[in-house]
Each structure stands twice: as structure tokens, then as C-alpha cells.
Write a protein that binds this ligand. Structure first.
Ligand code: NAD
Length: 381
């Protein structure tokens, strides 16, 4: 069978779903590989590099879809791309089925099988395919680099002949995958790093990475935000008030705030309010990784860099993984390759779409003309 990779069509998307290296691994699984011309260019992979890895380069998306049994990409497909799928074809990409009902319906009508990388269950066995985590890790790292690029000072403290420089103080709000990556990057650059999360169980992870967990004086220091499955639940009004009070106290001394707080299925909670921005020093930086879901900061504008009246820079870019396209393409294409490994048990280039497998079942959103989203809860943990 053939696996083909489409060029991404969005303006702000430089990633690609296959690298020359992952193509070699896919060929070892028995697949022939095809790619649309220019698909890897923005991530630093030329057509010639793919050819050298045994990949056939085709000129148009139509030719790519026509030639391929499995079509892989990064972003959810365009409706015109779904239109060209058929019963014998499998699409693998981020799909966000809950937000893309029209795409889901069209994939069903076309009889195509769709595997959504964002629906891979977050269980240990599936970590190698967990593209949400591999991209969140990059976003967390890049958020700190972006902050450094906008902050006119050092992260690390220095004593030099030209004067003493204090270390930067960084606050990370939300310590999931992206937040922990941001903490690791900020501490390794020498900043004094504080972090807060509503899930008390992350305190140990935060501290093990060299940051200080911000405890609240709330019901004997009990945080109240843990829900099922390791995710957060909305906070009670009393807890939220305590949290905002603490942030107001910290705001004047913090140089860089990185917010990553999300609650599944909801808009991002507003945690860094306009009055906190007003309390910060000029030249301070806020990077809001929750911008796509409305932002954690009152001043965030998605995909923009805005400067507050008191000179605080607020960045709401939503394409951090794409800004590190070589790295993110390498990790994403490895996630895809692992998904293909599980779909090809005999390593003979033939897809076995086993709906008894919890991971494959969980990620499959359409199959044989049926919508299979939402999936039943996974049996294994
Ligand atoms: P996420 O992107 O959904 O949320 C980011 C963080 O924001 C979370 O840590 C959440 O607790 C926090 N948050 C929510 N509301 C907040 C508030 N008001 N104030 C401060 N913080 C707030 O999280 P994620 O990165 O997807 O990770 C969620 C969970 O999934 C974590 O427990 C993580 O360890 C787990 N996980 C497991 C696996 C696996 O087992 N394969 C893989 C990835 C993540």
C-alpha cells in the first residue's frame, strides 16, 4: 500500500507529517511513500531529500490523494480534501472532531476512515503516538524562547564589571505538558521560576524541575482543581478569588508570565486580569499559550503581539510548534510512524484497522461510512 503526505495549506503552518527519516521507517513497514512537492520545504526538507530516501514526489494534492491508500497531514483537512477521499482511503491528521462536525459528516459520506491524532487516548502504551503532548512540549519550550526574545534583559543573574544583574522571575500558570516544558526551559536559562496549577499532585513535578510551587492559603492549603483523568476541573469562585489574589500579589515582581491553563471542553479560564498587567513593570512579557481557546490573559489577542499602556508585551501566537517546524515535524512524523506501526502488525505494508485495539479505536472518528466519535472510554490505563 502507499502512504502519501499532503502539503499543509494554512498560512501559518510550516510543519510536515513525514520527514525523509520517517519515510525510511515507513518503508521498513512495507509501505511505498509519496509526498506532494514542496510539502517539507518550510520545515527544511527538500523534495530531493525525500527522493534520496526513496519517496515519490507528485505535483498536486489531487495526484497525491489519488495515489495514496493512507494520507497523512498535520492540520485538519480542508473540506475539498475530504471530498476526494473514498471508502478505500484512510486519513491520519489532527482532526478535532468535536469542533469539526462538517468535516466529520463529509468523511462519513465519503466512506473514508479517519484517525484523529488529537484523539489518541492518553494512556502509557500510546505515549509514542501522543502528538498533543509532543507539540505541547515544543510550545512550552518555544514560549520561553519567545519571551526571551521580547524581554530586554538576561534570564540568569550576573555579577559583571559593568554591574550586577538580577535574575529574571518567571511565573508559569498551568503545569501540564506545555507548562512543565516551559518550567524546564526557564530554569535551565537561569531564571527564578514559580509555577501554579490547580492540580496539587503536580507540586512535586514542579519542584523536581527546580521551580517553586505557588501554594494558596485555601482550606489548609488544599488546592481544589483536580478532576478525573489527570485533567483540571473549573475552580470554585472562592478558590478562584484566592488564586487571583495571589497573582495580584506576585504581579509587580514577575518579569515573565507564561500561561498554559486549560480545562477540557471549555474556554480558557481568565487568570491574568487587566489589573494584574497594570501592576507589572514596563518591559515585562506575557506569553499566552491558551490564546487559541480565548486566552488566560484579558489583553491577549490571538496571533498578535500587543503592548499594554504600561509597556507590558502580551503575545498570543497560536503557532508555536510551527515556528520550530524542523523539530515539530520530526516529532510529529515519529508519532505518525508509531501509529502506522500499530496499524501494520505484519509489517507487510497492509493496514489492519483493528477496532478492538483501544488506541486505534479511540483515535478513529469515522470508519466504513459510520461516525465512530466519541469513542467508548478506554479499558486499559
Ligand atoms: P491541558 O493542556 O489540558 O491543561 C494545562 C494545565 O492547566 C493542566 O495542568 C491543568 O491542571 C491546568 N489548569 C487548568 N485550570 C487552571 C487554573 N485555573 N489555574 C492553573 N492551572 C490550571 O493539560 P495537558 O498538558 O494536556 O495535561 C493534562 C493531564 O494529562 C496531565 O495530568 C498530564 O500529566 C496528563 N497526560 C498524560 C499523558 C499519558 O499518560 N500518556 C500524556 C499527556 C498528558
Amino acid at each position: 500500500m502507499k502512504i502519501g503526505v499532503l502539503k499543509e495549506r494554512g498560512d501559518r503552518e510550516a510543519r510536515v507529517a513525514m520527514t525523509p527519516e520517517s519515510a525510511l521507517a515507513l518503508q521498513k513497514l512495507g509501505y511505498d511513500c509519496v509526498i506532494e512537492t514542496g510539502a517539507g520545504k518550510a520545515a527544511g526538507f527538500s523534495d530531493d531529500a525525500y527522493r534520496a530516501a526513496g519517496v515519490t514526489v507528485v505535483d498536486t494534492p489531487d495526484a497525491l490523494i489519488e495515489a495514496s491508500d493512507v494520507i497523512a497531514k498535520v492540520r485538519p483537512p480542508e473540506i475539498s480534501e475530504v471530498d476526494k477521499l473514498g471508502p478505500e482511503k484512510t486519513l491520519i491528521s489532527f482532526f478535532y472532531p468535536a469542533q469539526n462536525k462538517e468535516l466529520l459528516e463529509q468523511a462519513k459520506v465519503k466512506g473514508a476512515n479517519v484517525i484523529a491524532m488529537d484523539m489518541v487516548p492518553r494512556i502509557s502504551r500510546a505515549q509514542k503516538m501522543d502528538a498533543l503532548s509532543s507539540m505541547a512540549n515544543i510550545a512550552g519550550y518555544r514560549a520561553v524562547i519567545e519571551a526571551g526574545n521580547n524581554f530586554g534583559r538576561f534570564f540568569t543573574g550576573q555579577v559583571t564589571a559593568a554591574g550586577k544583574v538580577p535574575p529574571a522571575k518567571v511565573l508559569v500558570i498551568g503545569a501540564g505538558v506545555a507548562g512543565l516544558a516551559a518550567i524546564g526551559t526557564a530554569t535551565s536559562l537561569g531564571a527564578i521560576t514559580y509555577a501554579f496549577d490547580v492540580r496539587p499532585e503536580v507540586a512535586e513535578q514542579i519542584e523536581s524541575m527546580g521551580a517553586e510551587f505557588v501554594f494558596l492559603d485555601f482550606k489548609e492549603s488544599q488546592q481544589d482543581g483536580a478532576a478525573t483523568g489527570g485533567y483540571a476541573a473549573p475552580s470554585s469562585p472562592e478558590f478562584r478569588e484566592k488564586q487571583l489574589e495571589k497573582f495580584r500579589e506576585l504581579a509587580p515582581q514577575i518579569d515573565i508570565v507564561i500561561t498554559t491553563a486549560l480545562i477540557p471542553g471549555r474556554d480558557a479560564p481568565k487568570l491574568w486580569t487587566a489589573d494584574m498587567v497594570a501592576l507589572m513593570k514596563p518591559g515585562s512579557v506575557i506569553i499566552d499559550l491558551a490564546a487559541e481557546r480565548g486566552g488566560n490573559c484579558d489583553l491577549t489577542v490571538a496571533d498578535e503581539r500587543v503592548v499594554s499602556e504600561n509597556g507590558v508585551i502580551v503575545i498570543g501566537y497560536t503557532d508555536f510548534p510551527s515556528r520550530m517546524a524542523a523539530q515539530s515535524s520530526t516529532l510529529y512524523s515519529t508519532n505518525i510512524r508509531h501509529m502506522m506501526t500499530d496499524l501494520t502488525p505484519a509489517k507487510d505494508g497492509v493496514v489492519v484497522h483493528n477496532m478492538e485495539d483501544d488506541v486505534i479505536r479511540g483515535a478513529t472518528v469515522t470508519k466504513d461510512g459510520e461516525i465512530t466519535f466519541p469513542p467508548p472510554p478506554p479499558k486499559i490505563q
